[in-house]
Every structure is written in structure tokens, then in C-alpha cells.
Design a protein around this ligand. Structure first.
Ligand SMILES: [Zn+2]
Length: 115
């Protein structure tokens, strides 16, 4: 399991979310791609709000600011296991931020953020 302190990187990853509005639950699921530590997750949410990247609106998160193009999604055929749910996968999705790549993840774990 990967856990790390570089919250700035995860804040950049928020721009991978295609929707402008996402439920808090889905947003937390997104952050779980990077860390499963609940303390880190709430710290990242606090930072994102403080830096005006997101705001809370009831049970939703509104994405109000996107970093330009430091992050991208890469899709590849593969034969691997999802880093989030451990399911066997043949379509791998990677989240690349600067030169740091997270994944692979299966489509079930990322598709709700990409459409
Ligand atoms: Zn998965």
C-alpha cells in the first residue's frame, strides 16, 4: 500500500476528475487511489478547500479550480492487479502527475471519475 506525505501531488491529481461536481463519498474514493490513511484523506480535503481547489456544497464536492495539464490518465492493455481493489485486470489505468505514476488501477476503480 502506498502512503506518502506529498499532498501537493494529490492536489494536482484532482484535475483528473472530469466532473465538476462529485459526491463526497466518490471524492474520498478518488483520494483512496493514492492513500488509504483516513487522516491523510481528511488533511488533503482540508488543504484542497483552503487552496480553493474544491468547495463543499451539501453532500457534494464542487471542483472549482483545475491545475492545467500536469496530470493525465494513461490506459494500457495489461495483465496485472488493481492497486486499489486487488482485482485482476486487463485494462490498466495509470494516473500520471509530473513524472510520478500511480497504478495500475482497473476501470471499475477509476471510471466514475473519468466520465
Ligand atoms: Zn480496482
Amino acid at each position: 500500500m502506498q502512503s506518502f506525505q506529498n499532498y501537493e501531488i494529490i492536489l494536482k491529481a484532482i484535475s483528473c476528475i472530469r466532473r465538476d461536481k462529485i459526491s463526497i463519498k466518490d471524492f474520498v474514493d478518488f483520494l483512496k487511489l493514492f492513500t488509504k490513511n483516513p487522516e491523510e484523506i481528511s488533511k488533503i480535503i482540508e488543504m484542497a478547500i483552503r487552496e480553493n481547489i474544491i468547495k463543499r456544497e451539501g453532500r457534494d464536492i464542487i471542483i472549482i479550480s483545475r491545475s492545467k495539464s500536469e496530470s493525465k490518465i494513461i490506459k494500457e492493455r495489461c495483465n496485472d492487479y488493481c492497486r486499489r481493489c486487488n482485482r485482476k485486470i486487463k485494462n490498466c489505468f495509470y494516473i500520471s502527475i509530473y513524472n510520478i505514476t500511480f497504478g495500475p488501477y482497473g476501470s471499475e476503480c477509476v471510471k466514475k471519475f473519468l466520465s
